[in-house]
Design a protein around this ligand. Structure first.
Ligand code: G6P
Length: 637
């Protein structure tokens, strides 16, 4: 949710931190700040909204610049500080997405103790912060922010002063044993100027290993331009990072052996590559991404699917009593499509649940059941908790994740990576397509000897094989979608309708629109319209109807639904199959997608909906890549 970066080495820390924060900005955006340990022994200064209060505190050498707003305005503030923070080679930086306390200068991280010699950044939520605030207040501590995070820096300070012979590391460890909740923290102190301490519980942290320098971040994006060697911290681990090395320990102070992981993406993959927004870039790279997802896995000549991550477990999966899919947001929509796919191809019963709902009831799940979690980031707090609960209850847990080495990926029994590359735009696009393709491959892999003949499997593989070209064809007609967007950019509401495989796409289309353009939008199964939403329809209401041809009678039913909208003066935008002329008489606008198998349709019909929401948001001058109030990775509940 929020972003963390830390640096210790020989470079100018402020530059590394700012660059890192820019790469993390998609995670959270309401405020940003850095603290560096300057080498010249001057007093502590804080620039930004808290400048006056903190200028009084002397005795340290930490310098902080922090403020409400984005990283670009932080960079300007750093320039305005006139070299205030230059010359430092150790520092920490943070972008915040408010949870406790409004977005403001004073609530921005880093937070400092009163004497200004400890600086801390924190992701997560400290649940017992209110009680600790009172207790620390009784010891004379006062608070300059409304955040739960500030409590932790004072607690470290308090313990460090209170307990004789305690060093920095032990003070942090003691403090962490007192707090309840989730954290990813990075702390520095001028009292131990060669040390950076990082720790995690429920909020991801990764250490980048350089040559005589170390980087810390809440995900790997800021690290890749400096190093490919990284170490992922696990929950309840704490690392002491110095210029000449690092040690990872358990929170109980037992040294841990950590494996190095090699990052597998290029810097170019997290840059915009000539597109105006990451979202647009990610929409347009879907044909390539689809090929990457299927490479080596869809084996047309051999008539089979090869999924390395689950190859040894296929029998266990085929024998599952049922599969429970848990996810959040767009990944949940992919999960709904997974239900159709797995039930159709593999004949295994599937339930799809919001992770946040699953975890807070008494879910009936246990040995013999398989939980399938889907997460682009692999860090979503609710999905992670659902996974842990299912595992406690004895279910086999498998995952579909995009981020290699992410927490969810590591905690599942086995799984399948989507290989969509880093997704930066907050509104998920290519990750959704990749998830649906993985689910399709999974369903086909499970189907063998169950419901499909060899010929049917080959036909399905051929459909997957044709998909990237079909998507390219849709993208070639983006101009038409731009024109349609022009007609509807001022609408206040939208309705999206679809049936069967296209029903979850209707939900996803509506979600995309509301996320980035702030237009209220609802997705519905087309047949449900008459049970309520039809009351909303008038000449002001655009209705996007996904009406691709089907072998059964549902296509005809969708045409009737369009008639119902028309007769109430609603304005229909139809997503239809190429060559379908009948629909032109019914809809105000028709966007065609190539003909294909039923199960391939979501991967085609979602593309125009992604583009429609992108263009509308852009015309409304919304911040497409960083929509208000949203974060790319939701690591709090
Ligand atoms: C956030 C993002 C969504 C995403 C959801 C689940 O809300 O803004 O785009 O679908 O989290 O994220 P995950 O990483 O678990 O797929």
């Amino acid at each position: 949710m929020c972003g963390i970066v830390g640096y210790i080495g020989m470079r100018e820390a402020s530059g590394v931190l700012l660059q890192g924060l820019q790469r993390l900005e998609y995670r959270g955006y309401d405020s940003a700040g850095i603290a560096v340990l300057a080498g010249d022994g001057v007093r502590c200064d804080v620039l930004g909204g808290m400048c006056e209060e903190k200028k009084k505190s002397e005795g340290g050498r930490l310098r902080v610049v922090k403020q409400k707003g984005n990283v670009a305005s932080l960079a300007e503030a750093i320039v305005r500080s006139n070299g205030h923070i230059s010359g430092a080679t150790l520092g920490i930086g943070h972008t915040r997405w408010a949870t406790h306390g409004d977005p403001s200068d004073r609530n921005a991280h880093p937070h400092m103790n009163a004497s200004g010699d400890i600086a801390l950044i924190h992701n997560g939520i400290i649940e017992n912060h209110a009680a600790l605030r009172v207790e620390l207040g009784n010891h004379g501590y006062s608070f300059t922010s409304d955040t739960d995070s500030e409590v932790l820096v004072h607690l470290i300070d308090h313990l460090w002063k209170q307990i004789p012979f305690l060093d920095f590391e032990s003070a942090v460890r003691q403090a962490l044993s007192i707090i309840d909740g989730a954290y990813g923290i990075c702390v520095i102190s001028s009292r131990e100027p060669e040390t950076m301490i990082v720790a995690r519980k429920g909020s991801p942290l990764v250490i980048g290993i350089g040559d005589g320098e170390y980087f810390v971040a809440s995900d790997a994006a800021p690290l890749v331009e400096y190093t490919r060697q990284v170490v992922y911290l696990e929950d309840d681990e704490l690392a002491v990072v110095k210029r000449d090395g690092y040690t990872v320990k358990s929170i109980d102070n037992i040294e841990q052996e950590k494996a190095l992981t090699e990052l597998d993406f290029e810097l170019g993959e997290i840059e915009k590559g000539g597109y105006e927004h990451f979202m647009l870039k990610e929409i347009f790279e879907q044909p390539e991404v689809m090929q990457d997802v299927m490479r080596g896995r869809v084996r047309l000549e051999e008539g089979r699917i090869q999924l390395g991550g689950i190859a040894d477990h296929l029998d266990e999966l085929r024998a599952a009593k049922r599969i429970v899919i848990c996810a959040c947001g767009t990944s949940w929509h992919a999960g709904l499509i997974g239900e159709y796919l797995i039930e159709e191809f593999a004949n295994i019963p599937v339930e799809v649940d919001y992770a946040s709902e699953f975890r807070y009831r008494n879910p009936i799940i246990g040995p013999g059941d398989v939980m399938l979690v889907i997460s682009q980031s692999g860090e979503t707090a609710d999905t992670l908790a659902a996974l842990q609960l299912a595992r406690e209850k004895g279910a086999t847990v498998i995952g579909i994740c995009n981020v290699v080495g992410s927490t969810i990926a590591r905690q599942t029994d086995f799984g399948i990576y989507t290989h969509a590359g880093p997704e930066i735009g907050v509104a998920s696009t290519k990750a959704f397509s990749a998830q649906v393709i993985v689910l399709t491959m999974l369903a086909l892999a499970l189907s063998k000897d169950r419901t499909m003949s060899d010929d049917e499997v080959i036909e399905a593989l051929q459909s997957l094989n044709d998909l990237p070209d079909q998507v390219s064809r849709i993208l070639e007609h983006s101009e038409q979608i731009l024109e349609i967007a022009e007609h509807y950019k001022d609408a206040r509401n939208f309705l999206y309708l679809g049936r069967g495989y296209n029903f979850p796409v209707a939900l996803e289309g509506a979600l995309k629109l509301k996320e980035i353009s702030y237009i209220h939008a609802e997705g519905y199964p087309a047949a449900e319209m008459k049970h309520g939403p039809i009351a909303l329809i008038d000449e002001e209401m655009p209705v996007v109807v996904i009406a691709t041809k089907t072998k059964d009678e549902t296509y005809k039913k969708v045409l009737s639904n369009i008639q119902e909208v028309r007769s109430r003066k609603g304005r229909v935008i139809a997503i239809a199959t190429e060559g379908d002329e009948e629909i032109e008489a019914l809809a105000e606008h028709v966007i065609y997608v190539p003909e294909g198998a039923q199960f391939i349709m979501p991967l085609l019909t979602v593309i125009p909906l992604q583009l429609l929401s992108y263009y509308i948001a852009k015309m409304r001058k919304c911040d497409v890549d960083r929509p208000r109030n949203l974060a790319k990775s939701v690591t709090v509940e």
